[in-house]
Design a protein around this ligand. Structure first.
Ligand SMILES: [Zn+2]
Length: 358
């Protein structure tokens, strides 16, 4: 027998799926990844469900090897309904973070263009849940990452925003420890707020959207034009700037100015305590936080109002080694399965609701 079940979290991206097994019963109360598996993403509705099922089965097998001799089920066994026995024995629930328009209440996604899921949509929670005989919850990947970051930083009932700077830009907003999705699931979609009326045309049809000037793809396009190389990353830009390249410094500061505008929008709209920078571009780490903080200070220089809000001090960057989207997705699967397994674990509701010890 195993002592307690784990939560499974999936971060489904356009090219890779990361599956993690999360233990929430750790002594320090912090959700901890105990095993992980990465697979290439299969596309289309069938491909997405199939990849998710294979990732979870592979994750369960990796864990089973460690629980050797303490499992009830035959690792290759099947339940009466045909589902593999292992995931059900190891996981109490599955949470999925996925791009696109997510109807979290129904576990459905639509318009996940990079995954080949169109307006017809995909009933992901239902299809995967039936295949594995497990409860499955589905959430937008940025929202899941926001919860994962809040949990990792042990923020409890705080108001925070997670600004995801990747291929696109979007924010996840957590108010009083709970996700704010909005009635149209569009809360935090600040990537499509125009910040430069003379900026490039955005895929959404507007001009100069935040994500068309400061996302990872925008940085790659803007820096490769100047460098002549193909598809550099934000890290390449920051490296060149740190090495003294004047054009790189100018572009880095422009990007930081645009991101600072995004931070200002979030802070002035929902007055959050903390803004966490995440997504692929945030793998730059502290130099990115520093550049955006400096931009915030520059923008506040002539405004007593902005200076008084001290936005630079509310900025942080997600730790590079933390798969926050997968962790946050797993934590969304807590209620009710985990509470039924271990009603005495104080931290179980606390991870999301905020009763964590300091
Ligand atoms: Zn746009």
């Amino acid at each position: 027998m195993i002592e307690r079940k784990l939560l499974a979290g999936l971060d489904i991206g356009g090219s890779k799926v990361l599956a993690v097994a999360v233990d929430t019963g750790t002594p320090d109360g912090r959700a901890r990844v105990v095993e992980s598996v990465r697979l290439n993403t299969g596309l289309g509705p069938e491909g997405v469900v199939d990849t998710a099922a294979r990732a979870l089965t592979a994750l369960a097998r990796k864990l089973a090897a460690r629980f050797d001799g303490r499992l009830d089920a035959d690792p290759d066994g099947r339940l009466d309904n045909g589902a593999p026995a292992l995931p059900r024995q190891l996981f109490s629930g599955v949470g999925i973070g996925i791009p696109g328009l997510v109807d979290a209440a129904r576990g459905r996604i639509t318009h996940a263009v990079n995954l080949g899921v169109g307006p017809g949509g995909l009933a992901l929670a239902e299809l995967l849940g039936r295949r594995l005989d497990l409860p499955v919850v589905v959430e937008n990947d940025v929202n899941a990452a926001a919860l994962g970051a809040a949990s990792h930083l042990r923020l409890g009932r705080v108001d925070m925003a997670y600004l995801s700077i990747g291929t696109g830009i979007a924010a996840g907003i957590v108010l009083d420890g709970e996700l704010r999705r909005g009635p149209h699931n569009a809360a935090g979609e600040i990537g499509h707020i125009p910040v430069d009326s003379a900026g490039p045309l955005c895929s959404c049809g507007q001009r100069g959207c935040l994500e068309s000037v400061a996302s990872g793809s925008a940085i790659a396009a803007r820096w490769s034009t100047r460098e002549g190389s193909d598809l550099p990353s934000g890290q390449d830009l920051f490296d060149a700037a740190a090495a003294g390249d004047l054009a790189a410094r100018a572009l880095r500061d422009e990007v930081a100015d645009s991101l600072a505008a995004g931070v200002r929008m979030l802070a002035l709209t929902v007055d959050v305590d903390l803004i966490v920078l995440g997504g692929g571009v945030a793998e730059i780490g502290e130099p990115l936080r520093h550049a955006v903080a400096k931009a915030l200070d520059r923008q506040a220089a002539g405004s007593d109002f902005l200076r008084g809000l001290d936005l630079a001090a509310r900025l942080t960057v997600v730790p590079r080694d933390q798969p926050v989207a997968a962790i946050g997705a797993a934590l969304l699967a807590i209620d009710p399965p985990l509470s039924q397994i271990d009603p005495d674990a104080e931290l179980v509701p606390g991870v999301l609701a905020g009763d964590l010890p300091a």
